[in-house]
Design a protein around this ligand. Structure first.
Ligand code: GLN
Length: 195
């Protein structure tokens, strides 16, 4: 198995590490690669779009020729997980988009960028996962908020009453950063999709 992390900007190394630990925990032989160019997308079994700055990530994905191919692969069923800025890049509807900012428009959600006030723009709180009984350490950094889940998307992660993660067939979108905790349950759940 070869998993790619879109490596143009943001928390790339942290995802690479988390994916390696998850693969080891699952006893799966596989490699994890930074993806910066189009030819590196060949033969990936799954892709992660990390947190960072969604305007920069989408701009650089366009510049490097990755944008259209990632959109095509996601539409064809390649497993893709977007965290924080990565969720914004995957979304169909974005409130607070920068002018000219492009989105992959794959995930049936409406998200709002930088949705938590300045006072609490970053925080850590236990969240609930639909696929695991124990709480998960949710790390939120200038996080977006999921305002609407519609179509084929289903909620899978909750902070209090709020939806902070969704799944839609081959796609996962999270407002928090699972790569910044030592807990690999979310990455393992994602890797299951690529098996
Ligand atoms: N605020 C960022 C954006 O809108 C996302 C923050 C993050 O990925 N930690 O792109």
């Amino acid at each position: 198995m070869r998993i790619g992390v879109i490596g143009v900007q943001g928390a790339v190394a942290e995802h690479v590490e988390a994916l390696r630990r998850a693969l080891a925990n699952m006893g799966i032989h596989g490699g994890v690669a930074w993806i910066r160019r189009l030819d590196q997308l060949k033969d990936v079994s799954a892709l992660v779009i990390p947190g960072g700055e969604s305007t920069t990530i989408s701009k650089l994905m366009c510049k490097n020729g990755l944008f259209d191919e990632v959109k095509r692969l996601g539409g064809e069923g390649l497993p893709i997980m977007g965290t924080c800025a990565g969720l914004i890049v995957l979304a169909k509807r974005v409130v607070g988009a920068a002018s000219g900012q492009r989105f992959l428009e794959l995930l049936d959600v409406e998200v709002q960028r930088n949705a938590y006030g300045r006072q609490v723009d970053s925080f850590e709180a236990p969240i609930t996962l639909s696929f695991s009984p124990d709480p998960f350490p949710g790390i939120f950094i200038r996080a977006p908020r999921i305002l609407k889940v519609y179509g084929r998307a289903r909620p899978i992660a909750f902070y209090r009453e709020e939806v902070v993660g969704v799944e839609q067939d081959n796609l996962l979108g999270l407002t928090f950063h699972p790569e910044l905790s030592n807990d690999t349950r979310v990455h393992e759940y994602f890797i299951e999709k690529a098996k």
